[in-house]
Design a protein around this ligand. Structure first.
Ligand SMILES: *Cc1c(COP(=O)(O)O)cnc(C)c1O
Length: 373
């Protein structure tokens, strides 16, 4: 039997190539390639408008934006964070000589559990760095209350949360800073890219200095900054992507709905509900493979692979399982039972705008097939 076409967990959205040509011609014409050129400025404004935020500073990728966010607020000592994320969340701390302090997640949101933050605060704690995991908003109010009580900064890793809103507007307006990633695998991509969102012009200026070696003007350097500037090529591509992003998210929503109806009633598979009152971006489609399913999560993952369906176990292993973190006192498995369970049960199913309705049915059928066993 001929093997079916491979289905990957995601596939980057690309607009028609000819739509990009006028942007390229303009770059060739004016010969401005980077350093805050016209496309860079236009994209910052366009993203502020689209996202409903005050200030945005573009970056070459999300990881350097995270690193710089910690620098911008002069975060030191210990930072409270989640083990259930992509490893860059914690790596940004080690690059700043900050010690991550891991706190368990809430099993419904998959996000840092605010009820457990206070017990992890020490005199060295200066900040909280939560993640809006899968684009599901953190309990931003509870987190802010703790931060205010203890005089801590809050930086959100919002790499999954492009465009996500709740009743109050953009989720990116909470905390002191929010960090986005525009990596190829994300809902909105500029090939590589990222951004920091902040609330005041002074902070934006400091961030802009830090991403450009610390330069204030031609001759003055005020900080040991880094080079994390977004190029004109990436910014131009972002402007074009932005024209298509609503359509891309709408298509993701259709897929989300098709999965929800197709997977409903499969014993042992739980689909986390979309959060009430939230305008989601459908960036991921996590399911939990529980003990009532005849196969283990890993066995299902392998079976899907045999059918050329490449789902991903986001986030397994936990950050706290990696060698540079596992020796920390807060990394002990017994302290993180919810994160550990999520890491053992979650599979993220393929979701991206170009995924066909037939392929969605193929994934659903594969999940259902083993359930009957
Ligand atoms: C993608 C991602 C990052 C890193 O962003 P890059 O742009 O790839 O550097 C950080 N945190 C989370 C949660 C991510 O998913």
């Amino acid at each position: 039997m001929k093997k079916a076409q491979p289905i990957f967990v995601t596939q980057p959205s690309l607009p028609p190539l000819e739509e990009f040509m006028p942007y390229l011609e303009q770059i060739w014409e004016n010969k401005i390639l980077t350093n805050g050129g016209p496309f860079h400025q236009q994209l910052e404004q366009a993203l502020c408008d689209y996202l409903g935020v005050q200030h945005i500073a573009l970056f070459s990728n999300g990881t350097l934006a995270l690193l710089t966010a910690l620098q911008a607020l002069r975060v030191t000592g210990e930072v409270i964070t989640t083990p259930y994320s992509f490893v860059a969340t914690s790596h940004a701390m080690l690059w700043n000589s900050i010690r991550p302090v891991f706190v368990d997640i809430d099993p419904h949101s998959f996000n840092l559990d605010p009820a457990q933050i206070e017990a992890a605060i020490t005199p060295q704690t200066t900040a909280i760095l939560p993640v809006h995991c899968y684009g599901r908003p953190c309990d931003v109010e509870a987190i802010q209350k703790i931060a205010d009580n203890y005089n801590l900064k809050v930086i959100y890793d919002a790499a999954h949360a492009f465009g996500v809103q709740d009743q109050r507007g953009s989720i990116l307006n909470f905390g002191d800073l929010s960090v986005l990633s525009f990596h190829a695998t994300k809902v909105f991509n500029t090939f590589e890219g990222g951004a920091i969102i902040c609330k005041d012009a002074k902070t934006k200026t400091r961030i802009d200095q830090l991403k450009n070696f610390g330069f204030v003007n031609e001759t003055t350097v005020v900080a040991p900054g880094i080079n994390a500037k977004m190029s004109e090529l990436n910014a131009a591509f972002g402007l074009l992507q932005l024209k298509h992003v609503d359509q891309a998210i709408a298509r993701r929503q259709e897929i989300d709905q098709a999965y929800r109806s197709g997977l409903a009633g499969i014993r042992g598979i739980t689909v986390p509900d979309n959060m009430p009152g939230v305008v989601a971006n459908y960036s991921y489609f996590p399911i939990l493979v529980g003990p009532e399913y005849p196969l283990s999560r890993d066995a299902l993952y392998e079976k899907l692979k045999e059918q050329n369906i490449f789902a991903r176990r986001y986030f397994y292993p936990l950050i706290t399982d990696f060698p540079m973190y596992r020796g920390l006192p807060s990394a002990k498995k017994s302290l993180l039972p919810r994160a550990d369970q999520a890491a053992a049960e979650v599979i993220c199913l393929p979701i991206y705008p170009a995924l066909s309705a037939d392929d969605v049915q193929r994934v659903i059928a594969a999940c259902a097939e083993y359930a009957q066993g």
